[in-house]
Design a protein around this ligand. Structure first.
Ligand code: OGA
Ligand code: NI
Length: 322
């Protein structure tokens, strides 16, 4: 702050960008062009942005938060039915294992991870969960697909270029629900280690309890806290496809708030059988060297899971040194 309390120019510039979705989809041609430009800038400069006026009803989000709490409040035995196995299992719940022996020294949370596109999967309980989640992911998927069109245009391509190249009509979408129980309930360090996500863009919605942080200039910066907004993060396959122009965003979660935190997280990716490498238009057209080895998306997911366990990042493995 300057002496008169006004933000200094650096502070003004260094706020996480905010994108108004309504300008992208229903504004004038000028509004649309400006939104595309802002998305490009946010993806290149920050690797993340807050999305406002996305049109997903607040009541639907609230119902999803309540339903998620109801799911995690089921008994361990009930949740164990949905226990995690392989990375491509349609329903994966972390619950049982963690709850039996929460380790006080490691960052900790419960999660439920569902493959929701091209096929929709959801636990059959609590009653009504599946119908609600189905509606929620339909809405968030539509938002994500519009954003990808904007990203495609921001790279200088036609809106549907990325959709075609990456077979997004059969795209792999997840709904990961993270549940960080209240500090009062469990005396553990709650959070998520630094990582990047697979896919193109991750949309994240939180229940008003802060915790998400992104890296910026070597420092961790809090993200979120804008009412009814989604946090949007560049993910690994956007970095690969754009040949390094739109970097995947490193993020982590540190929950110090006493309240329980719930996040609804949607990674949106190409179809599982798409081989993703740098866009040929970027590499050939701009005469640049490809900076990533192409890899089938499903193989990347398997590889990423193994590497995370070993504390490594999958992107580092396919990056071609210059
Ligand atoms: C994730 C993630 C952040 C959060 O699930 O990949 O980064 O705050 N979640 O829950
Ligand atoms: Ni993440």
């Amino acid at each position: 702050m300057s002496s008169n309390g006004e933000p200094t120019p650096f502070e003004v510039q260094d706020l996480i960008p905010i994108i108004d979705y309504s300008l992208l989809t229903s504004g004038s041609a000028n509004d649309h062009a400006k939104a595309v430009q802002d998305i490009g800038k946010a993806c290149e400069d920050w690797g993340c942005f807050m999305l406002v006026n996305h049109g997903v009803p607040e009541t639907l989000i609230q119902e999803m938060m309540d339903m998620s709490a109801a799911f995690f409040n089921m008994t361990n035995d009930e949740k164990l039915e949905f226990e995690a196995h392989g990375v491509l299992d349609p329903i994966r719940c972390s619950a049982g294992l963690n709850l039996v022996n929460p380790n006080k020294d490691t960052l900790w949370r419960e999660y439920l991870r569902l493959i929701v596109h091209p096929d929709f999967n959801c636990p059959y309980k609590p009653p009504g969960f599946s119908e609600l989640a189905s509606e929620y992911v339909k809405r968030t998927r539509a938002v994500a697909m519009e954003l990808v069109k904007g990203v495609s245009e921001s790279l200088g391509f036609e809106a549907l270029y990325m959709n075609r190249e990456l077979n997004l009509d059969a795209g792999f979408q997840l709904l990961a629900i993270n549940y960080y129980p209240s500090h009062v309930e469990f005396d553990v360090s709650r959070g998520l280690m630094p990582h990047t996500d697979h896919g193109l863009l991750t949309l994240l919605c939180e229940n008003g309890v802060p915790g998400l942080e992104v890296i910026r200039g070597g420092k961790w910066v809090g993200m979120g806290g804008v009412p009814n907004a989604f946090s949007v993060l560049n993910a690994d396959h956007l970095e690969i496809f754009s040949n390094g122009k739109y970097k995947s965003k490193l993020h982590r979660t540190v929950v110090t708030d006493k309240r329980k935190r719930i996040t609804l997280v949607n990674p949106n990716g190409p179809s599982l059988d798409t081989i993703v490498g740098p866009s040929s238009r970027i590499v050939d057209g701009e005469k640049r060297l490809p900076r990533y080895h192409p890899m089938k998306f499903s193989e990347y997911l398997e590889c990423q899971t193994k590497l995370i366990t070993a504390g490594k990042n999958a992107l580092d493995e396919i990056r071609i040194p210059i």
